[in-house]
Design a protein around this ligand. Structure first.
Ligand code: GRF
Length: 190
């Protein structure tokens, strides 16, 4: 059974979908939710779904504490689902091709430091793009620059606001993220 840790800083709707998906498809299991924000909604979702959560701060992410916790829990794959901090190079090296992120745009456009959540959709709408979408990618030492695993697109309508676009993007995320992670886990050959 592949052991997944989901790292999240916010509401956690993707974390919830991942937990629920692997409860139905036990090729893997979300055994831990890691979070750096004590008030984050993802903690309540983890509690309601019976998944242990692990609260940490930026210093612990940088100083190896989080790495030791993940290794101690025999985590095979770390999945970032709305996690807002840069993953330190030491943690990337400790989990080569075993940390994955989802970004709510078609990278390499609209990515990088500061391009997260609402900021992304505001920029896409302001640029009058005709389409947007999601990118699921391996994590490396730089924001949003790892090798792409998957992309899906959706239209950006003339009447779209950042909110209406965000809702359409979230639907794409919830539909694809669990399936892409399951396909990745299947490829682990375990
Ligand atoms: C998602 O839009 C994801 O693409 C981005 O952060 C958001 C997390 O949303 N990285 P939620 O907390 O999973 O609802």
């Amino acid at each position: 059974m592949v052991r997944i840790a989901v790292l999240a800083s916010g509401s956690g709707s993707n974390a919830q979908r991942l937990i629920e998906h692997f409860a139905q498809h036990p090729v893997a299991r979300v055994v831990l939710v890691g979070c750096d924000q004590p008030e984050a909604g993802v903690l309540q979702r983890a509690w309601d779904l019976g998944v242990p959560s692990y609260l940490f701060n930026g210093a612990q992410l940088k100083d190896g504490t989080v790495q030791r916790e993940l290794q101690g829990q025999h985590i095979d794959l770390a999945v970032l689902a709305g996690f807002m901090r840069l993953i330190p190079a030491s943690l990337v090296k400790a989990f080569p091709q075993r940390i994955v992120n989802i970004h709510p745009a078609l990278l390499p456009k609209y990515g990088g430091k500061g391009m997260y959540g609402h900021h992304v959709h505001e920029a896409v709408v302001a640029a009058k793009e005709k389409e947007s979408g999601i990118t699921i990618h391996y994590v490396n030492e730089r924001y949003d620059e790892g090798e792409h695993l998957f992309q899906a697109t959706c239209p950006v309508l003339p009447e779209d606001t950042p909110e209406t676009l965000a809702a359409r993007i979230h639907e794409l995320e919830h539909a694809h993220f669990p399936v892409v992670i399951e396909q990745l886990v299947d490829a682990f050959g375990r």
